[in-house]
Design a protein around this ligand. Structure first.
Ligand code: PLP
Length: 422
């Protein structure tokens, strides 16, 4: 095959692909650890990690080996038959996260859909809600994926406009507002509360310290399921195995889980495979998960042998390499360095986040081009990040980063900001 230039490859996508994304103008052809290279051979720090799917770093050798070994042995059986990896994975992943059962799917949106179906079925069969009346509370500015049902309760008009008619059965409340949640839980037929422990796509909104624990308490009192969408925040990203683990960096295995908020349904995706293969999972205990019987839900590829082996390797890397602890340590350093830079510039007003899921707020309107232009300038200086919601830039590097590499990235960000003002 002839070697195409970045310019030619971008034109191919533009001409032949649907225009459902607006990528930064960089064409990548290789990745290793915290780095990616473009087709011309220029190296960049990846500060997006494929929206936090590549927490373990690009092409992690242990995960890639699990993929290639299994790919030469058995890739797909469907669930019409048993295979020799699924049960092993199910035992591994349920023990890893502390639930009775897992339902394996492929993408984050599918896992959210699955959680909604399980919660509704639980509502009718265990809580006794009348047929077709179940309501699930969701948050404003949420991001849970792109399916028709999920965009039905999105606040983002780009995500929803002209995609109706919409799926009913959702009540929207402001994020980080326990009083609003308490009020909504009083409405009839509420069966659950679906929430991101930190709102990632919305611009890395970290709720108040007591929000998740308070929501858990309110849900328990109302006999509503607490459904945590940790597709982006989970798997060590925010400095603990799960964001609902709060300030505990024990990998969810210590005795004193004082800050741990136990979800009834846990939704995982993205980094559960280290970005190597599409894998998602819904975890719950028996009293909830066992409402699903054969024929009531499924996926041809869900839980296939490749996915099972890849996910086990990816989760082992998270523990073996202490990625939660590293994310916590480097996250604290990153925010303090950003605050130092913010003190000396008018261009950036704020940094917020947890672990290595952070965002800076650019001092301009959400419809301005400043954040985009800054990202293009950072790209020129060797660091890739992407704006979210106009004037916000998310920073989420792979968690295998070293302190020295992080400080080099801080220098790139600082240099770009200083150059931009001139
Ligand atoms: C990315 C994301 C999803 C959707 O995952 P896909 O694999 O893109 O379908 C769902 N919820 C959250 C919080 C996400 O960040």
């Amino acid at each position: 095959m002839e070697k195409l230039s970045s310019e030619e490859l971008m034109q191919l996508e533009d001409r032949h692909g649907a225009h459902n994304y607006h990528p930064l103008p960089v064409v990548l052809s290789k990745g290793e650890g915290v780095y990616v290279w473009d087709v011309e051979g220029k190296r960049y720090y990846d500060f997006l990690s494929a929206y936090s799917a590549v927490n373990q770093g690009h092409c992690h050798p242990k995960i890639v080996k699990a993929l290639t070994d299994q790919a030469q042995t058995l890739t797909l059986t469907s669930r019409a038959f048993y295979n020799d990896t699924l049960g092993v994975y199910e035992k591994f992943v349920t023990e890893y996260f502390g639930f009775d059962k897992v339902l394996p799917m492929n993408t984050g949106a599918e896992a959210v859909e699955t959680a909604i179906k399980i919660a509704r079925k639980w509502g009718y069969e265990k809580k006794g809600v009348a047929e077709n009346q179940a309501q699930i509370i969701v948050c404003e500015q949420n991001f849970h994926g792109r399916t028709t049902t999920i965009v039905s309760f999105s606040s983002d008009t780009d995500a929803s406009t002209n995609f109706g008619p919409f799926t009913p059965g959702f009540i929207k409340v402001p994020y980080n507002d326990l009083a609003a949640l308490e009020e909504a839980l009083k409405q009839p037929n509420v069966i659950g509360f679906l929430v991101e422990p930190i709102q990632g796509e919305a611009g890395v909104f970290v709720p108040d310290e007591n929000y998740l624990a308070g929501a858990r308490t309110l849900c328990t009192a109302a006999n509503a399921l607490f459904i945590a969408d940790e597709v982006q925040t989970g798997i060590a990203r925010t400095g603990s195995l799960l964001a609902v683990c709060g300030n505990c960096s024990c990998e969810n295995k210590c005795e004193k889980q004082s800050t741990f908020v136990q979800p009834d349904i846990l939704i995982l995706g993205k980094a559960i495979s280290g970005g190597v293969y599409p894998v998602s999972a819904v975890l719950a205990n028996d009293e909830i998960m066992m409402v699903i019987h054969p024929g009531q839900h499924g996926s041809t590829f869900g839980g296939n042998p490749l996915a099972a082996k890849v996910a086990m390797a990816a989760l082992e890397v998270v523990s073996d390499e202490q990625l939660s602890q590293n994310a916590r340590k480097l996250g604290n350093l990153f925010r303090s360095e950003m605050n130092r830079i913010i003190a000396s510039t008018d261009l950036i007003t704020k940094v917020r986040g947890k672990g290595l899921l952070n965002a800076i707020i650019v001092n301009d309107t959400p419809d301005s081009k400043t954040a985009w232009n800054l990202c293009v300038a950072m790209k020129e200086n060797g660091l890739l990040a992407k704006p979210t919601h106009g004037n916000i830039i998310r920073f989420a590097p792979p968690l295998v980063m070293t302190e020295e590499q992080l400080m080099e990235c801080v220098a790139i960000i600082e240099k770009t900001i200083n150059e931009y003002q001139k």
